[in-house]
Design a protein around this ligand. Structure first.
Ligand SMILES: *Cc1c(COP(=O)(O)O)cnc(C)c1O
Length: 427
């Protein structure tokens, strides 16, 4: 007997840990910007797996690379060399303009790796007294779910009752370089500043135009590592290869561009595989990366042959299809259209973002539907988006969307919002 959506949801509810609260839709197929549920209903994907599927679902070039490699060799561990890791490291360090890459799997592992590198660099290159290294992070950050990472989260949902917490982190407000300088003036044991160039999970908050330049300059002035977590913002999402590239739309490392605030440590994940496989990476130059020697860090799956070929293919697609450019054009169109709508709206408070990393924030009042309610209505109309913190909806479609598709999506979004403006919603 064929199972229905309800059957699958019940199976998860009965047998899986309840650590997520998904929208009630059960998907079985994806292609480009589209998803299909088990009943065969078609949707526009407006989440792209939190920006992991920038290249669109099941991109044929990425899938071909993956399946071809899967039939040859999948895993050797790093006890031996394999013939794909070196070419991947060469390709990717050239692509982003760094000396070295350290391969991991999930985003959180890349963050953990960066923390370890920064601490070791602090002790061995800066002479910080052992066990005293401090890393600066921002309020409302999101860097993943490990014990250490949630130790410096200020989201009670993420960290309550998971203590004792890992020490060695200092928190400052985001988008406030003065706060960083105040800290750097008084605290001598700081080794690095870990920051999302645009805060994603917090609700998509692009910083002021000068922020990245200011923090980059402070990191240089005080000799600490500028560690950019581009796991969500990177790989074309914001209309440039990396959010730290600013306005530059180069197809790979834009080191020569003035707008580029080059991090000392770059963290990538999510779209590094086009959403096909867990692939993350930490990139840095030799003097930083060389503090990690044999046996001091690693991962059984990190740098495996499938991950290596998948990541090359995923980056190649971004470059070949100039997804930076598309994200920029469509993103501008998206915000312009919805900002026009907002002018006559009683429920939309703000539209913000960069490239195709966008959010709309709704007013909060008893007669105004919640972000969750709106997402349910959007789902019924064939568009899948997810609420984030507060009354905010995140809109992050695959970057392979075209203008016609985006216009169709904007119509669905505006129609849904309009219906909520004019009548009390019945859900
Ligand atoms: C998603 C995300 C992570 C964590 O990645 P996982 O693969 O879920 O561990 C870390 N940092 C940022 C900015 C993210 O968006």
């Amino acid at each position: 007997m064929t199972k229905t959506s309800d059957d699958y949801m019940e199976l998860e509810s009965a047998n899986g840990a309840h650590n997520y609260h998904p929208l009630p839709v059960v998907l079985k197929k994806g292609k480009g910007v589209y998803l299909w549920d088990v009943e065969g209903k078609k949707y526009y994907d407006f989440l792209a797996a939190y920006s992991a599927v920038n290249q669109g679902h099941c991109h044929p070039k990425i899938i071909a690379a993956m399946t071809e490699q899967a039939e040859k060799l999948t895993l050797t561990s790093r006890a031996f060399f394999n013939d794909q890791l070196g070419p991947y490291e060469k390709f990717t360090t050239d692509f982003f303009g760094f000396d070295k890459l350290l391969p991991m799997n999930t985003g959180a592992e890349a963050v953990e790796t960066a923390i370890k590198i920064a601490r070791k660099w602090g002790y061995e290159k800066k002479g910080i007294p052992v066990n005293n290294a401090k890393i600066v992070v921002c309020e409302n950050n999101f860097h993943g779910r490990t014990t250490t990472i949630i130790s410096f989260s200020n989201d009670p949902v993420a960290n309550e009752n998971f203590g004792p917490y890992t020490p060695g982190f200092l928190k400052i407000p985001y988008n406030n370089s003065t706060a960083l300088e105040e800290l750097l003036k008084t605290e001598p044991n700081i080794v690095g500043f870990l920051v999302e160039p645009i805060q994603g999970e917090a609700g998509i908050f692009p910083p002021s135009n000068s922020y990245l330049k200011e923090i980059k300059n402070l990191c240089t002035k005080y000799n600490i590592l500028f560690m950019a977590d581009e796991i969500q913002t990177g790989i074309a999402r914001t209309g440039s290869l990396l959010a730290v590239c600013g306005n530059c739309t180069c197809k790979n490392s834009c080191e020569k561009q003035e707008t580029y605030q080059r991090p000392d440590v770059l963290l990538l994940g999510k779209a590094l595989s086009g959403g096909t496989y867990p692939v993350s990476a930490v990139l840095a130059d030799n003097e930083i990366m060389d503090v990690i020697q044999a046996g001091q860090h690693g991962s059984t799956f990190g740098g495996n042959p499938i991950a290596s070929v998948v990541a090359i293919a995923a980056l190649q697609v971004v470059q070949d299809e100039n997804l930076m450019h598309n994200a920029r054009l469509l993103g501008d169109h998206f915000r312009t259209t919805l900002n026009d709508f907002r002018k006559n709206s009683k429920i939309v408070k703000e539209v913000r973002g960069r490239g195709l990393l966008n959010a709309i924030e709704l007013f909060e009042a008893p007669n105004i539907p919640s972000a969750w309610d709106i997402c349910i209505l959007l789902m019924k109309k064939g568009l899948l988006a997810k609420p984030t913190h507060g009354n905010i909806i995140r809109f992050t479609p695959p970057l392979v969307m075209n203008k016609m598709e985006l216009d169709a999506c904007l119509n669905i979004i505006m129609e849904t919002l309009s219906n909520c403006e004019t009548k009390t919603t019945t859900l």
